[in-house]
Design a protein around this ligand. Structure first.
Ligand SMILES: Cc1cc2nc3c(=O)[nH]c(=O)nc-3n(C[C@H](O)[C@H](O)[C@H](O)COP(=O)(O)OP(=O)(O)OC[C@H]3O[C@@H](n4cnc5c(N)ncnc54)[C@H](O)[C@@H]3O)c2cc1C
Length: 298
């Protein structure tokens, strides 16, 4: 019987594992991989202590730190989580019983699914503008997606890039009027009825091809067509918001199901960043510790 099973080995789950070990909780951490969203990232410039670090290098450091802890680490997919008297976490090869569970399964960015996209992730294809905008100083960029995120990204990018183009697949952008006006005032070139068919380049992106066969030379392609929380593992009693994110108590990361906690990008926290995910993971592990201290019946 575990005190805590953490599902997910991104920044939130790993930090929770470190804190749980320090509290001597009997803990297992199960994750499909230790890459998470950080591993999809090129240079990271907002992680304190590292002025600039590649996503792949940062995940290696995180994993190394985790493996020094006195917790069980299982590299497998979790298939289901149920609760009777205790929680049962089914993995590909086995089953864990635990007093509490922390879900830290993050999000999956929606991809365009066009040729070249996967090849250039971290080399010009970007899924997080807040994270990467400064890297595109004095470069030409295109944003794909005419919703609020797309327009907010475009506005942010006008502070760095020399040319900012926004493409929307439909005949009308869905973003708030105010954002659309602001983007137009900032010089963003907005085009509707435009579909990207390919992302091209050599070592890095050099342009995109459009449905009509024309091409647009750019060094950055910002994909802003949304991302989905990996929340399907949570038992049905766990409340989600309209976006499918797990609703947590911001004070302690508890959910609507007793003993079930969630942290990081899978939840309804406002800011989805590495520092916030790590902070939430720490909060969640310390809350689990308190909960177990005051729940002798478990
Ligand atoms: C391209 C990109 C660039 C970014 N750049 C930055 C940046 O520069 N700075 C910044 O602060 N933030 C950046 N972000 C955001 C940041 O990566 C996330 O906020 C952060 O990774 C969230 O951490 P997390 O632990 O909640 O989830 P994730 O990083 O998504 O980790 C989730 C983990 O759960 C595991 N998992 C999922 N489902 C299962 C399952 N069924 N069974 C077992 N394990 C499972 C996954 O394998 C993964 O290891 C970026 C995001 C993207 C997509």
């Amino acid at each position: 019987m575990q005190d805590l099973v953490i599902v997910g080995g991104g920044p939130a789950g790993i930090t929770a594992g470190i804190y749980a070990a320090r509290k001597k909780l009997r803990t297992a951490l199960v994750s499909s991989d230790f890459i998470g969203q950080v591993g999809l990232t090129g240079p990271i410039e907002n992680w304190p202590g590292e002025a600039s670090i590649q996503g792949a290098a940062l995940v290696d450091k995180f994993e190394d730190h985790l493996r020094r802890q006195a917790i069980e680490i299982i590299e497998e997919d979790v298939l289901s989580i149920t609760k009777n008297e205790h929680f049962i976490v089914k993995t590909e090869d086995g089953e864990l019983t635990s007093r509490t569970v922390l879900l830290a399964t993050g999000r999956t960015p929606q991809q365009l699914g066009v040729p070249g996209e996967r090849d250039y992730i971290g080399k010009g294809v970007v899924y997080c503008t807040t994270c990467d905008a400064p890297v595109y100083q004095d470069k030409k960029v295109v944003i794909i997606g005419g919703g609020n995120n797309g327009f907010s990204s475009a506005i942010e990018l006008t502070d760095y890039a020399t040319e900012v183009t926004l493409l929307e697949i439909a005949d009308k952008c869905r973003a708030d009027e105010l954002l659309q006006e602001r983007a137009a005032k900032k010089g963003v070139s907005i085009h509707t009825n435009q579909t990207i068919t390919e992302i091209v380049g050599d070592d890095y992106v050099s342009g995109v091809t459009l449905q009509d066969g024309s091409s647009l030379p750019v060094e950055g392609v910002f994909v802003e067509i949304g991302s989905l929380p990996n929340s399907s593992l949570a038992p049905t009693e766990v409340k989600r918001n309209e976006h499918g994110e797990i609703e947590i108590d911001y004070y302690n990361c508890a959910t609507s199901l007793e003993g079930f906690y969630a942290a990081g990008d899978v939840t309804n926290i406002r800011d989805k960043q590495i520092v916030t995910a790590t902070a939430e993971g720490a909060k969640a592990a310390l809350s689990v510790y308190d909960y177990l201290q005051f729940s002798p019946k478990l």
